[in-house]
Design a protein around this ligand. Structure first.
Ligand code: AMP
Ligand code: ZN
Length: 433
């Protein structure tokens, strides 16, 4: 299929390799010259200015981690004179200090161009009206969706998260065509649209969901309640500009990522060696033209796999699978390693269940216990809750190898979120319950 894109480049594998090779060497020289911490780490690894590395040589370079971000607080990895910085953004960071990342004007321009590609890949046009329901301010989310939308040329309706009344009013009055939010926020909105019988009055066709993993089940429910035809998973992180580092395409077969802007390695988180092609591992990224805070082999902790082969959508940029979880999200329960995504996959099998779930861990009887709370679909009969709970528990035992109590709740009984949903509540340190 021919592609005629304005923002998405059509590059062959060889062209991408050439861009990555020169970008890698530019980044090394730039970070070495501009940042003392990088200079020290690169020197220790045998790098000297003037060297030209090949792409294969990347494995000899040192990693960058969240510890490096913490140590450099408040302007970690800064590799340009401070007068060149035009903005900072920050992410909450799970422990300790916020991760603050600086941007030059060229970085902002790269980001907005990269984000415009996302809207293009999702098939938007300049006539689309894009309601943005993610956080503005210090966070990258709102800023990214906004500059990308303006650069692409569609109409941004910047509302931010929460503000349900304003959102619903604008969906109707502006006849918004595209919603950008977390899947959690979209579900909340969808349930509100249903309660107020607004589906016939709104014009949403597409949605772009980011910031958290979401199941197909959750997506189907949102589509059904909002009358959406198609939705797209968007990836990104503050360290790597922000959201928009890749998007699911119209073939819905993985996420195309911008390999001309960063190198993606998928490594075994234990050995830090590349996994076999197609295996799941940690995403490790190296930027190719990021000025203020370049990343050299930054360990993201996000887990995914590369998807080989050409995509039927015609875009030649490579693909990775959706983000399957974070290595930090792993729960160790009675010696078994579990990711919330595995639990979501079990729930997916039961047509009587909705998409929402919460894993509660606690101690009782001298042992760790797991309670999985799930929601029944509105049309499912509560009389069979006991059978359903036993069936889910049995499936968890078979597929995830854990014994858990399963509580079936009514539709809407679990807490909803304007942002990322917290799927795991761990009270094991709190003592016996
Ligand atoms: P932040 O830097 O605060 O924007 O958060 C970035 C993190 O959110 C990533 O490292 C991922 O763990 C997670 N994340 C972002 N987008 C997605 C997505 N589409 N699916 C799953 N997780 C995501
Ligand atoms: Zn594609």
């Amino acid at each position: 299929m021919p592609t005629s894109h304005r923002f998405i480049p059509d590059l062959s594998a060889d062209e991408i390799s050439a861009i990555q090779t020169s970008g890698l060497n530019w980044t090394l020289a730039h970070a070495f010259a501009g940042n003392p911490a990088y200079r020290q780490k690169l020197s220790a690894a045998g790098y000297e200015p003037g060297m030209t590395l090949s792409l294969e040589d990347i494995t000899s370079l040192p990693f960058t981690t969240t510890d490096d971000l913490r140590e450099g607080y408040p302007l970690p990895l800064l590799s340009v004179p401070q007068e060149d910085v035009v903005r900072v953004h920050a992410s909450s960071g799970t422990t300790g200090k916020r991760k603050v990342l600086a941007y030059t004007q060229a970085d902002i321009d790269t980001w907005k161009h990269m984000f415009a590609r996302c809207y293009e890949l999702a098939g938007l046009s300049v006539l689309d009206r894009v309601q943005i329901a993610v956080g503005y301010g210090l966070w990258t989310a709102g800023a990214g969706f906004q500059i990308g939308c303006e650069h692409f040329g569609a109409m941004a309706v910047p509302v931010g998260p929460g503000n349900m009344e304003i959102h619903l009013q604008l969906l109707e009055d502006m006849q918004t065509t595209t919603l950008c939010s977390t899947a959690s926020m979209a579900l909340l909105m969808a349930e509100e649209v249903q309660k107020r019988h607004l589906k016939g009055k709104i014009a949403l066709k597409k949605a772009i969901f980011g910031a958290e993993p979401h199941s197909d089940k959750m997506r189907r429910r949102i589509h059904e309640l909002l009358g959406i035809e198609e939705s797209f998973d968007i990836v990104g992180m503050t360290e790597l500009y922000g959201p928009g580092t890749g998007l699911e395409c119209c073939a819905h077969a993985g996420i195309h990522y911008w390999a001309d802007l960063y190198i993606l390695e998928i490594l075994d988180p234990q050995t830090l060696r590349p996994v076999a092609p197609g295996e799941v591992g940690e995403m490790v990224v190296t930027t190719l033209r990021k000025e203020a805070a370049p990343l050299i082999r930054y360990r993201t902790r996000d887990l995914t796999r590369l998807l080989p082969g050409e995509c039927s959508c015609g875009v030649r940029l490579p693909r990775h699978d959706k983000i399957l979880g974070r290595s930090d999200d792993m729960i160790i329960f009675r010696g078994v390693n579990i990711y919330p995504g595995q639990v979501a996959a079990v729930i997916e099998l039961f047509k009587e269940l909705g998409s929402e779930f919460r894993i509660h861990l606690f101690r009782k009887g001298g042992k760790d216990q797991m309670l999985l709370q799930v929601e029944r679909r509105p049309e499912a009969d509560p009389t069979y809750d006991q059978n359903l709970s036993e069936a889910v528990s049995e499936e968890l035992r078979k597929q995830v190898m854990v014994r858990a109590w399963v509580e079936v709740m009514g539709q809407g009984e679990l807490p909803r979120s304007f942002g990322k949903t917290k799927r795991v509540v761990d009270d094991r340190e709190a003592g016996e319950q």
